[in-house]
Design a protein around this ligand. Structure first.
Ligand code: PEP
Length: 670
């Protein structure tokens, strides 16, 4: 879940925000202010919340690279080239700040922080009147912004982090870039959140990959298969049908043995196209390819359109658009959708004679929105198309990001989004050595019902004998299947033990390790627990690693020392990638099963300390993302208070997990 600017108190705070003001410029004049306008709701929101200052940062083209290209072009054309003038007209942020001021009017005063760059602006910012918006110079004047070297990026990021205690990322268009002002800065500010534009983008695009309202129909067009392989593979997982159009469709038709005349084709992608067709067949996803075309003898805006009424294209023609039979098919397929995602035109819509197919698709998608279908247009050319046909306002969402929306649809994690992600609450039930198989099955059935639609992450960990029964019931639900322990060896002569391989065979997802009863009753030490953690990770399990002090240790003031040791030793040898599969459960031994709960403040203090231990081991980002559950007599009455604490991200529940009536209110706390 991303954390948004609406979740933080902004009163009297200094805020630093990344926006995407990379707008087209000519001679110092903004040519298209769509991106500036898109950021205004977040700017106004922050100012209305009483922020002391709001400092904006953005890139504006690539000064070094673009200037070199412009110089070379001028040289080729035999024209003179004035570098200063070029930079001023294209890459300086002052005119953008002035444009923003016009747009904001009386809502806020905008000041430009100066052409000397983004460093050393702390005093300038602090000297501004409350509620001022400060625009920094183009971040890409500093090579550190885009450096491949993390230390170099950190240098600029640290300087930028001085300008605010809250970092807001509202620049969806650059969210796929791991740069100083988009991601590294989050390491150096206490709070990083998403702006309102970023929130909208993520809320529309992410569910298409993770959990779309089905049936999902994807329309993927554009010239090249090679640039869309990852998105096709990703969308295959959730789509009922994939409509493939545009230049890339001819590679697919050729892969099916059809004649494509002189159409655009990537011969080196025929094998890939065949694989995608095969995978779609296996997954039961309809692939919708053109069945007729509008062709032309050459690729030219003035070329004469020729109707090709069948799928095969004559040798002298190239496909430029889809024909009427194909559009009828699109209409039928799209009528089945509850969600439509569209990325890439289905024809050469830039040439009016070949724009009909793309225009019809835009109209069909717009009409679907009116029927209540969720319609998302993601990525450069299809956005240009809906704008050209005046239909942008008729879509549920038109993305402001080209590369970013494509990568999100590919299922990738985007650095600029990841830094704004809050931790999801995770509520786990440890059923210990309780219940027969049928009793456990009944509890599982009740939980599947009561937790349906629940917003958090859930786990049920029955005893070994009930795992298979409970696993069968939980299948397809939002509750993962846990085991309470595993052997430290993979297999062999270990009488009475249960191996990770056997747990895998039963469909277990998560293993609880180092529980206080394992440590204190069965005398498991840190080394043994660490061995089990490594083995479980090696076999693809998630792990809940339990830590916590005894009453004696608490009374002797050893809480921090014990938790530090158990955390460090439990995680010894675990890589940063593996860490994302681990949850820590802080369970003070004196509180487990005793009815005594740590006060929310006491629990919070230990959780914060443990997060600090993680930060020292794995860095601040990993620490921020680490889910730390509290365990020890969690009940419906105290769950919400505990979970309200900054560093408590869920609960590991024993006694109260044995009945749906007590576990459900904990799991659905609000
Ligand atoms: C546990 O066993 O992990 C636990 C926290 O138990 P209880 O909730 O009963 O204290």
């Amino acid at each position: 879940m991303i954390k948004t600017v609406k979740t933080v108190d902004l009163k009297d705070k200094q805020v630093i925000m990344r926006v995407d003001f990379n707008v087209p410029m000519k001679d110092g004049v903004v040519q298209d202010d769509t991106r500036i306008v898109a950021a205004i709701p977040t700017i106004k929101y922050i100012i209305s919340q009483g922020a002391k200052t709001l400092t904006l940062m953005s890139h504006l083209g690539d000064p070094a690279g673009d200037a070199e290209k412009a110089r070379a072009k001028a040289e080729k054309d035999g024209k003179s080239f004035d570098l200063e003038k070029y930079i001023k007209g294209k890459h300086r942020m002052a005119p953008v700040a002035a444009h923003l001021q016009k747009k904001l009017g009386k809502a806020a005063a905008v000041v430009f922080a100066g052409e000397d760059g983004c460093y050393n602006k702390k005093a300038f910012i602090s000297a501004q009147k409350p509620g001022t918006v400060i625009m920094l110079e183009n971040t890409r004047f500093h090579k550190e912004e885009t450096s491949k070297d993390a230390a170099s990026r950190d240098k600029l990021a640290k300087a930028l982090a001085e300008y605010g205690s809250v970092f807001v990322n509202d620049a969806f268009g650059t969210a796929h870039r791991d740069q100083a002002s988009t991601a590294s800065i989050a390491k150096f500010v206490p709070v990083s959140v998403a702006g309102l534009l970023m929130e909208k983008e993520v809320n529309y695009l992410e569910p298409i990959v993770t959990d779309p309202v089905k049936p999902l129909i994807a329309i993927i067009g554009g010239a090249k298969v090679s640039s869309k392989i990852a998105v096709l593979e990703s969308l295959l997982k959730n789509s009922a049908a994939l409509v493939i159009g545009g230049g890339m469709a001819y590679t697919f038709l050729k892969a099916q043995g059809k004649k494509i005349g002189k159409s655009l084709v990537e011969d080196d992608q025929i094998v890939t196209a065949k694989k995608i067709l095969e995978a779609a067949k296996k997954a039961g996803v309809d692939i919708v390819l053109p069945v007729d075309h509008v062709g032309a003898e050459k690729f030219d805006s003035a070329a004469k359109p020729v109707a090709v009424a069948a799928v095969n294209i004559p040798d002298k023609l190239m496909g430029m658009d889809v024909g009427p039979k194909t559009l009828a098919k699109y209409r039928e397929v799209l009528s089945r959708a509850k969600t439509i995602v569209w990325n890439g035109p289905v024809g050469v819509f830039e040439f009016d004679a070949f724009a009909k197919g793309t225009e019809e698709v835009a109209k069909l998608v717009a009409a679907s929105t009116a029927r209540g279908v969720i319609t998302v247009v993601g990525g450069g050319d299809s956005v240009a198309a809906v704008n050209k046909f005046g239909l942008a306002s008729k879509m549920s969402h038109v993305s402001t990001g080209g590369g970013a929306s494509l990568e999100l649809l590919e299922g990738k994690k985007l650095p600029g989004i990841e830094v704004t992600r809050g931790r999801d609450y995770y509520i786990a039930g440890n059923w210990k050595m309780h219940m027969t198989r049928s009793e456990a099955g009944n509890l599982a059935k009740a939980l599947v019902k009561s937790l349906k639609g629940g917003k958090h992450k859930y786990l049920a960990a029955p005893s070994f004998t009930a795992i298979e029964t409970v696993g069968g019931i939980l299948k397809g639900s939002n509750i993962a299947l846990g085991a309470q322990n595993c052997a430290a060896e993979e297999q062999g002569a270990h009488t009475g033990e249960v191996s990770v391989l056997q747990l895998k065979d039963l469909g277990v997802n998560v293993i609880i390790l180092g529980h206080s009863e394992r440590r204190h009753v069965y005398k498991e030490d840190d080394a043994l627990i660490n061995k089990k953690v490594k083995l479980a990770l090696k076999h693809g399990f998630e792990v809940i690693l339990c830590i916590g002090e005894t009453l004696d240790e608490r009374e002797k003031g050893k809480v921090e020392a014990v938790c530090k040791r158990q955390t460090e030793k439990g995680l010894a040898g675990i890589t940063p990638e593996e860490l994302s599969k681990i949850t820590i459960a802080y369970e003070p031994v004196w509180a487990i099963g005793t009815g005594k709960t740590a006060t929310p403040d006491d629990a919070q203090a230990v959780h914060k300390f443990v997060r600090g231990v993680i930060e020292k081991l794995y860095g601040s980002q990993a620490a921020r993302q680490m889910v730390i559950q509290y365990g020890g007599s969690v009940k419906p009455e105290n769950a919400a208070q505990l979970m309200a604490m900054e560093d408590i991200d869920g609960a590991l529940v024993g006694g109260a997990s044995l009945k749906a009536e007590t576990f459900t209110p904990i799991a659905k706390f609000s």
